[in-house]
Write a protein that binds this ligand. Structure first.
Ligand SMILES: *[C@@H]1O[C@H](CO)[C@@H](O)[C@H](O)[C@H]1NC(C)=O
Length: 373
């Protein structure tokens, strides 16, 4: 009896140990990402240790079980910035980064800015890493992450990135990719960010899957001065294939997403709620297949006056897709002006293994983000 109980306890421990790691497998373009694979998990305890694990040249599974608060770790700066969006206390203001105010907003009133230095540039994440959170405990506060300059095979799952100089444009991005490959970001919550929640820069990012993430745009400061964040998902080129599936975009007002410059975007089964501006902005070189998405209380689903890309999107199931992707495309709900019949957009995905598509729903409101694995 006693012996059996011990055995049961040992078995339970073994099960617990085996459960530390990435849950599930990536869908869509980054489906072959393995991150740190079966490397022995490490548990950083300080911000320095976290930075070191993320940036070294070992394959790693890095498990977060607490908040890593970078606020104050590099001091603050007080300088003169500008207020291009208005002077109400609900408006974001801009740091004069690289003379941005002087060059682009010469007529904006100047204003004093005091920002946290650590937020400006995210933590470098090198190749072959899994960065995961335990339960709802893994939080990186005051600084984002960057996968750049050839970084590849990275998985980030079930963490939150929060509070990066939310009052200040140019105060920092949450998740940056620029010259990367095989990156899977899953069940990540981002909230109260100065600049972009997600930015894929002008270099090629190759194969990327952004799934089940919660983009929480609610903020005391916004470029639209209304508590809705404007800078959300910016997908730039020059050779990017992005799967964007199962994400929840709440209280946004722009760039949700902005797509351009040889970026192929399969955007499927996402849920937008309460957008006071626009969701999609599609520029030249944006190839977009949008299906099974649900828009609720979105002011402008597609900004039509800047539209220059290729779009396939339909409010009813479309059999046109069959000869291109091997199945019918799934209807969007309340798609507004996000309607397109471009087979150029479909051809872009010919031969790729695409994520599956289900009927549009509001499910991401409860299934996306940290703590919902
Ligand atoms: C990542 O892991 C793969 C497989 O073990 C290895 O071939 C590659 O060199 C690693 N990449 C880097 C940049 O360390």
């Amino acid at each position: 009896m006693k012996y059996a109980a011990v055995l049961t306890a040992v078995a339970a421990l073994a099960t617990k140990a085996a459960a530390v790691g990435v849950q599930g497998t990536p869908e869509g373009f980054a489906s072959s990402a393995t991150g740190g694979g079966d490397a022995t998990p490490v548990y950083p305890t300080t911000t320095d240790e976290l930075v070191s694990y993320l940036g070294d040249d070992e394959a790693r599974v890095i498990v977060l079980t607490k908040t890593f608060d970078f606020t104050g770790t590099e001091g603050t700066t007080t300088a003169t910035g500008c207020a291009p969006w208005g002077t109400s206390s609900a408006c974001q203001v801009a740091i004069n980064q690289d003379d941005w105010c002087t060059n682009y907003e010469p007529d904006a009133p100047s204003t004093s800015v005091t920002y946290d230095n650590a937020g400006l540039l995210g933590i470098t994440v090198t190749s072959n890493k899994s960065l995961i959170g335990e339960g709802s405990t893994g939080i990186i506060k005051g600084r984002g992450i960057r996968m750049v300059s050839g970084a590849e095979n990275i998985i980030v799952q079930n963490i939150a990135i929060t509070d990066i100089n939310p009052k200040y444009v140019w105060g920092g991005d949450a998740i940056t990719l620029d010259e990367a490959d095989l990156v899977w970001i899953d069940h990540v919550t981002t909230a109260r960010i100065g600049r972009q929640h997600y930015v894929l820069g002008t270099e090629a990012d190759n194969r990327v899957s952004l799934t089940n993430n919660y983009i929480d745009g609610e903020s005391d400061y916004s470029a639209t001065c209304d508590g809705h964040h404007y800078w959300n998902v910016y997908l730039d080129g020059s050779s990017d294939k992005v799967t964007f599936k199962g994400n929840y975009l709440y209280k946004t007002s722009g760039r949700a997403p902005k797509v351009q410059d040889n970026t192929y975007l399969h955007i499927v089964n996402n849920y937008w709620d309460d957008n006071s501006g626009h969701a999609f902005e599609i520029g030249e070189g944006g190839y977009v297949l949008a299906e099974g998405n649900y828009f609720s209380d979105v002011d402008t689903v597609l900004e039509t006056d800047t539209f220059e890309g290729a779009l396939f999107s339909s409010s009813s199931s479309s059999s046109t897709c069959e000869s291109y992707i091997g199945r019918a495309c799934v209807a969007n709900v309340n798609e507004g002006d996000l309607s397109g019949t471009s087979t150029t957009a479909l051809e872009a995905f010919n031969g790729d293994t695409l994520a599956t598509a289900s009927t549009a729903s509001t499910d991401p409101a409860t299934s996306a983000g940290q703590g919902n694995l």
